[in-house]
Every structure is written in structure tokens, then in C-alpha cells.
Design a protein around this ligand. Structure first.
Ligand code: PGA
Length: 261
């Protein structure tokens, strides 16, 4: 499968961090550090700073997005935010099914699937997160767990839509732990996911789908991860909170996939 058909993506996941003032300072600090980067730089930010981020990212190569959404457009859903509202606030993408949402807020694969379908329908680029726990890996259940998550989360999408979404493989044992999956381990899983996509949705979709790795990515380990053939980018939590360290990650490897058009 041909990796030159895919862009290289650096996505920040700020989680529940940063006030409006802090977000503006961050954009001012990050813009000059990454202004020559040819790659896609996505900032997954809290709802409250989205509008401001959309304004401050204008005219730069930074792309703002959100970390969650609800599947309905509007109505009596106290506390929820629709995909339509995200688009209106300037979001270009949305992270769906992050393990913190699945774990802390009990989101099921079916719920993620509903949101995914809505995001695709309205033109909001989804990043769908999947990943196994440490215990599941130790018991040899990684591929079984991932297959289940992929099957249920992506159900009902057609092959042309699959090529347009992003997946993020985020092993739970690696998130926020400093315990990064080795490049070889992540490459194996990414290849497994790409082959599964190829089997279920065809080779074209598998060639096109962007698969990110997430879990303790830092400036000192990002390049080795990104050198892997089936890893098309990174989803970064902790190390994305400082513009300086996220800038270093974005600039760690500028040449991969440069012939992507
Ligand atoms: P981390 O988080 O980089 O802090 O491990 C990644 C994530 O949860 O997306």
C-alpha cells in the first residue's frame, strides 16, 4: 500500500486545558515555529476556545477542531454540542471515541458510530480513536479488541467515506504514562488496521485512510514513530500543551510524504 497518497498529520489534543488567553498566547507562540511546515497541523481544543482559535489560526497552517460532539443537530440535549455548532464555530475536524470519553463517560462503539456518521454527513473530518488496555495486550487480545472497535465504530460507512476519515491508534497503556509503544509495536498495529480496512472497504480506502499514533508522543520519540511506513501522523496530548514542544514534534521530520499532492 502506498504511503505517498497520504498527508502527514500532527494533531494536538489539549483535553480539558487552556483558557481563552492561554489559547491565544499558544497560537502566537506556535505560528512562527511551524510556518514552513508542509504538513497538516491540527489543534483539538476545548469548545470554549474554538471560535477564538478559528480567528487566530486564520491565514496560518494551523487547523482548529474539537474533541467531541453529539450526533443530533439541535434540540433538548442539555449540555451537548452538535457537529453543526462546531462547524459554525470554525472547527474543521473532531476527535471521536477518545479512550477518556469511552472510559470516564461510558461511550460505546455504537455511540461513536452515530457521531461519526453525522460528522461525515456534515463535512467535519473525524479522528476516530481506538486502542486496547494493558491487560488486553498482555492476554494477547489486542487484535480482537481492535477488530471489534473498528467493526462497530465504522459500521454503515461506505468505502469512499472511509478514505476520508482518520483513525488514531491510542493504546490505553501508553496514554499519559510516558510508556510509549515502540515504533515496531505501533507499526504492527497500524498495518493490521490498514489490512482490516482493505479487507472490509477495499484497497483504495486503505491506501487513503490516515492512521495516527497517540500515547506519550514527545519531541524525542516522534521521529522514530513517524518513520514507520503505516504511521501517518501523531495525536499528542501532554506534549502538545506547550507550543515549544509541539512545534518540535511538528518539525521533527519534515520530509516524509512530501510528494503527497
Ligand atoms: P498523551 O495523550 O500524549 O498525553 O499520552 C494522548 C491522547 O490522549 O490523545
Amino acid at each position: 500500500m502506498d504511503s505517498t497518497k497520504r498527508p502527514l498529520v500532527f494533531a494536538a489534543n489539549w483535553k480539558m486545558n487552556k483558557t481563552i488567553g492561554e489559547a491565544i498566547d499558544y497560537v502566537y507562540a506556535l505560528r512562527p515555529l511551524v510556518k514552513t511546515s508542509p504538513n497538516q497541523i491540527l489543534l483539538g481544543v476545548p469548545f470554549t476556545v474554538l471560535r477564538v482559535m478559528a480567528d487566530y489560526c486564520q491565514g496560518s497552517n494551523l487547523i482548529p477542531g474539537a474533541q467531541n460532539m453529539y450526533e443530533k443537530d439541535e434540540g433538548a440535549f442539555t449540555g451537548e454540542i452538535s457537529g453543526k455548532m462546531l462547524l459554525d464555530a470554525g472547527a474543521k475536524f473532531v476527535i471521536l471515541g477518545h479512550s477518556e470519553r469511552r472510559g470516564i463517560f461510558h461511550e460505546s462503539n455504537e455511540f461513536v458510530n452515530q457521531k461519526l456518521k453525522k460528522a461525515v454527513e456534515i463535512g467535519l473530518k473525524p479522528i476516530v480513536c481506538i486502542g486496547e488496555t494493558g491487560e488486553e495486550r498482555e492476554q494477547g487480545h489486542t487484535t480482537k479488541v481492535l477488530t471489534h472497535q473498528l467493526k462497530r465504530s465504522l459500521e454503515g460507512l461506505d468505502p469512499t467515506q472511509i478514505g476520508d476519515i482518520m483513525l488514531a491508534y491510542e493504546p490505553l497503556w501508553a496514554i499519559g504514562t510516558n510508556n510509549t509503544a515502540t515504533p515496531a509495536v505501533s507499526q504492527d498495529v497500524h498495518l493490521f488496521c490498514r489490512r482490516w480496512i482493505s479487507k472490509e472497504f477495499g484497497e483504495k480506502a486503505a491506501d487513503k485512510i490516515v492512521i495516527l499514533y497517540g500515547g506519550s508522543v514527545r519531541p524525542d520519540n516522534a521521529a522514530a514513530i513517524l518513520e514507520q511506513k503505516d504511521i501517518d501522523g501523531v495525536l499528542v496530548g501532554t506534549a502538545s500543551l506547550s507550543a515549544e514542544s509541539f512545534g518540535k514534534i511538528v518539525n521533527c521530520l519534515e520530509t516524509k510524504h512530501l510528494n503527497f499532492t
